[in-house]
Design a protein. Sequence first.
Length: 554
Amino acid sequence: MSNRETDAGGQGDGVDVDAVVIGAGFSGLYMLHRLREQGLDVRVYEKGDEVGGTWYWNRYPGARCDSESHIYCYSFDEALHEEWEWSERYPEQPEILEYLQWVADRLDLRRSIAFETEVTGATYDEETASWTVETADGERVRTRYFITAVGCLSKPYRPDFEGLDDYEGEWYHTARWPHEEVDFSDEHVGVIGTGSTGIQFISEVGGRAKHLTVFQRTPNYAVPARNRPLDADEYEDIRANYDDIWERARDSRLGMPFDHDHQTDFGLSDAEIRETLEERWQQGGFRFLHAFEPGTVLSDPELNEFIAEFIREKIREQVDDPETAEKLVPTDHPYAAKRPPMDYDGYYETFNRDDVSLVDVNESPIERFTPDGIRTADADYDLDMVVFATGFDAMTGALLALDIEGRGGQTLEEKWEAGPHTYLGLGTNGFPNLFTITGPQSPSVLTNMPMAIEQHVEWIADCIEFMETEGYDRIEATEDAEAQWVQNTNMLAENMLFSEAKSWYRGANVPGKTQVFTPFPGGLDNYREICDRIARDEYDGFDLGRATAATTAD
Ligand code: NAP
């Protein structure tokens, strides 16, 4: 294998760098590390002025990860988890950011990252099998491998409400939260959205603001997280068992090392099911989803409805006013068919406070902003500040924003007009040498993300090593393999309860977006096996070759 790491300056074969990676979050940092270890010259472009990705941008009050901290980190380097210690069962945003900053320093990654640099375009050249990547500063860099590490939830979505320009108060989107502290204490605050983000924000800011008005369109099934500090004994136990923890996480559907109590509810009485759910409710977090095998929960309507009803009862128990409780009870979608949120600080109990009120915008839609606040079909709400917790143009938004032009001048936007088409979520026909970490039709958001990210980064790194060793300089998913993979993903999703929810998994949250279920729902364990087999079969379903120019020169 060639050792290509060079001083600043060009490569022997006409490219400026071997690989360009976009994004310096969990994926980009590990991709950089792996490729550098393989001797490649890598440049990372990052829009923010720091590493962190999601955890750099999403710094709203209450931001925390729903995956448990001891598995929401890298597993690839034992030294990293020997040296780092999480303080709580679920990591808070500043601690995750600090972790990623520490990893960047520890692995000496920063010298290869251009911060505050936005990529505005990338064009493939067939003759040389290379990409030219352009930045907003006008820099153009030619690279052999072009790797996106832009995350699945990074392009914020804000509904286009009439009158926002004339609104005289302050407004923020949770995914672009200011770095300075926002003081709510004297403010009448409105928050739109009750997804995972809204629920965290509401729990944190309810009681801190003079008044908080929650504009809810769809209620959710929030399960208690049961957060707590991690004590030294518990941590010692985690460290002693890390090998086993990682093995079980890698070999699981959701990238989490949790056992389930039952595969199905077959043969169990209602009382036995309830007892299992009650025990899991006390454990909290994603352990609740593991009372039964998660794939069964998401495909057996009766079991799912039993669990949904169990949660509905729990919500009613926590909310004093029966009318408010009914508004908070979800009935329009199965449990976990939308990403299930976690309740950290008594989310439902927040609505028992006099200084928190709930507006059901399903019943009474938001009509517009006025200079003083929000007008719904029924009333005007005077607000000093409005917070949009309205989510993201998920899965494809950030990728399409890169303005990628592949073989024959076809753009990714054109190619994905009817929804994303990929092979394994890693490659796309018509876009050679483009690798998309946690791309559409890979397990990504249906898993504990670092597990899915590591699997992708390692697969891509091995693939590139194979190409370098075998003398290939072009790889491209075939049309057939891609069509089959898309069909396979759609079929799996249609046979699950995901199809019964209007979720961002399907693009249903963004008006006008093509609705198609986007992540691969077959489980990280199965997906990993498929990817490994394809690699063993010398990248079955991909065309490997040499650049036209190289072939001609031969
Ligand atoms: P989200 O799940 O898409 O929620 C957006 C919310 O805004 C929904 O309640 C939605 O209502 C509402 N909304 C959107 N447009 C609206 C409109 N025009 N009028 C009224 N309401 C509107 O976004 P998110 O909460 O930011 O979460 C996105 C994902 O990020 C999560 O599912 C999760 O995967 C990830 N996340 C993770 C964590 C964590 O690990 N702790 C924390 C936050 C986020 P509808 O439901 O009716 O569309």
